[in-house]
Design a protein around this ligand. Structure first.
Ligand SMILES: [Zn+2]
Length: 442
C-alpha cells in the first residue's frame, strides 16, 4: 500500500466531506444488508437509497455490544475463509469476545493508524519505540506496529517491558527513539525506571509521545496531570490516540492537540444522548460510530459505550474532520446527580491524583425534598483542601463539598463497601431507576 496522507478526506472542505459521507453511508447500508444476515433482517425496511442526508442516517437503529456478542456469526460479512486475523475484545460485562478481520480490513486499520501518526507529524525520519504488546490477542499493538511501518518510520517493538523494566532503559539508550508509543502509565513507568538508573529522560532523544488507551486531556482539552507529567519528565510533546476494536479505526490529536481527529473516509462519528438523540457539537454523550469500508464485520451506528463530545469549530492544523474530546467515562460509570451526569472514574481519578489524600469516600444521598446531595470525605491535612477542590472541579466540572476526616472514620463510614475510593450511593435502595436523565455535564 502506498501511503498518501495528503489525499485523505480530512483535508477537504467540511461541506465536501459531508457530501462524500452521505454517499459512503448510503453504500455502507446497502453493503451491510447484502452481506450480513443480521442487517438483512435488522434493516429490513431500510433501503440504501433512503439515505439522502446525515439526518436520514440518524434515524437508523443502533447496534450495541450485546447484539454483537449474542449473534456474532450473523454479523459476518464474508465467507470465513477470508478471515486472516482474530483478536479478542472486551464484550459485555468484561467477557472477551472474538472479533475478526479480513486482509482488506487489516489494510484499512493500518491506513487509519498511519493517518493518525501523520497527524502528530510522524514521518519516515522518525525512530519509534512501541511500548505496547503485539501479543495478548489485542488489536492495538498490531495496529500500532502496522501503522508505523506504513509511515516508513524505523520501528523497535519493545512491548510493555513489565517483567524487565530495565530493558526499556536499554532500548532507549541503544535505539535513541524520537517517538514513544504506548499506554501513558507504561510510558510513565519507563520514565521512573530511567530515573532510578540515572538516565536523564529530559535530555533523551524522545520528542513525541503518543499515548494510547488512557485519556490525556481534560474536559477543557487541556493536558491532564498525567500528560503534564509526561511532557515534563520526557521534555516531549504528548498526543492522545483513541481506538475501539469493533470500529477498527483510530482517532488521534493532531499537532494542535485540540481533540482527536476522526478519519472521515473510514468512520462516521455521532454523539448521542441516553435516548439516542444526536447531540450538537460540544455536548457530552455516547460515541456512536459507523466504520466505513469494513469487510469482515460491517457495523451500522455502533454504540461504543464511551462518553465524549465533538469539539466545536475548526482545527488550525488544516484537517476538517470531526474531532472528539477525551473519553470522559463509560456509559455504565455515569451517575446522575440532580439531572446532570457525572462520571465516577473522573471523580475518583481526581481524588487519587492528590498525594496528600490517604483515603477518600464519596457519599451520595437524597434529602427530604428529593434533591441529590454529595459529600466527599477525605483523610488529608486541611492544607490539601484547595488543591483537591480544584482537581475535582477540573475533572468533573462540579463543586462538591469536601469534609476533612481520617482513615478510621472513613473505614467506618464505608462499612462493607470495600476498596479505597468507593462511591457510596445511598439513593439506590430508595430510588432504583427513576433518575432524570441528562447527558450534559456542567
Ligand atoms: Zn487538528
Amino acid at each position: 500500500m502506498h501511503f498518501r496522507p495528503e489525499l485523505s478526506w480530512e483535508f477537504l472542505p467540511a461541506d465536501e466531506i459531508a457530501l462524500k459521507t452521505v454517499r459512503a453511508l448510503r453504500n455502507h447500508v446497502k453493503h451491510a444488508k447484502e452481506c450480513s444476515p443480521f442487517y438483512r433482517s435488522y434493516l429490513d425496511d431500510v433501503l440504501g437509497l433512503d439515505i439522502q442526508s446525515l439526518d436520514d442516517y440518524s434515524k437508523l437503529p443502533f447496534t450495541d455490544r450485546t447484539q454483537l456478542m449474542g449473534q456474532s456469526s450473523q454479523f459476518l460479512g464474508v465467507n470465513p475463509v477470508y478471515i486472516v486475523e482474530t483478536v479478542l475484545t472486551t464484550g459485555t460485562a468484561g467477557k472477551p469476545m472474538p472479533f475478526i478481520f479480513t486482509a482488506s480490513d487489516l489494510e484499512r486499520i493500518t491506513f487509519s493508524y498511519a493517518l493518525s501518526m501523520h497527524s502528530v507529524g510522524m514521518s519516515a525520519v522518525d525512530r519509534v519505540l512501541i511500548l505496547s504488546s503485539l501479543d495478548e490477542c489485542a488489536m492495538d499493538g498490531m495496529a500500532l506496529y502496522r501503522g508505523t511501518l506504513l509511515t516508513q518510520a524505523n520501528v523497535l517493538r519493545a512491548g510493555v517491558c513489565s517483567k524487565n523494566p530495565l530493558a526499556a532503559v536499554n532500548y532507549l539508550q541503544l535505539f535513541k527513539p524520537t517517538v514513544l508509543i504506548g499506554a501513558p502509565s507504561v510510558v510513565r513507568r519507563v520514565a521512573l525506571e530511567c530515573a532510578k538508573n540515572g538516565y536523564d529522560t529530559t535530555a533523551s532523544s524522545v520528542q513525541k509521545i503518543i499515548g494510547t488507551g488512557e485519556s490525556l486531556l481534560g474536559r477543557d482539552l487541556r493536558l491532564n496531570p498525567l500528560a503534564e507529567e509526561l511532557e515534563r519528565v520526557w521534555g516531549a510533546k504528548v498526543y492522545s490516540l483513541y481506538s475501539a476494536t469493533e470500529l477498527a479505526v483510530s482517532y488521534c490529536t493532531s499537532e494542535c492537540g485540540a481533540g482527536a481527529h476522526a478519519h472521515p473516509e473510514l468512520v462516521y462519528t455521532e454523539i448521542v444522548d441516553e435516548a439516542g438523540n444526536v447531540l450538537p457539537d460540544g455536548e457530552v454523550g455516547e460515541l456512536v460510530a459507523t466504520p466505513l469500508g469494513v469487510e469482515g464485520v460491517p457495523l451500522v451506528r455502533f454504540r461504543t459505550g464511551d462518553i465524549t463530545f465533538k469539539v466545536p469549530g475548526s482545527c488550525t492544523c488544516g484537517r476538517n474532520s470531526v474531532r472528539i474530546g477525551p473519553i470522559l467515562g463509560r456509559r455504565e460509570q455515569r451517575i446522575i446527580l440532580n439531572g446532570v451526569a457525572m462520571y465516577s472514574h473522573l471523580l475518583t481519578g481526581a481524588l487519587d491524583s492528590i498525594e496528600e489524600i490517604k483515603d477518600h469516600l464519596t457519599i451520595i444521598e437524597q434529602d427530604g425534598s428529593g434533591k441529590d446531595t454529595v459529600s466527599i470525605h477525605i483523610a488529608a491535612v486541611p492544607a490539601a483542601l484547595e488543591k483537591t477542590a480544584h482537581a475535582i472541579k477540573a475533572a468533573t466540572g462540579m463543586h462538591i463539598p469536601l469534609l476533612i476526616s481520617n482513615v478510621p472514620t472513613i473505614h467506618a463510614l464505608r462499612g462493607d463497601v470495600g476498596k479505597k475510593g468507593a462511591i457510596l450511593d445511598k439513593r439506590q435502595k430508595a430510588r432504583p431507576a427513576a433518575a432524570p436523565v441528562s447527558t450534559v455535564q456542567q
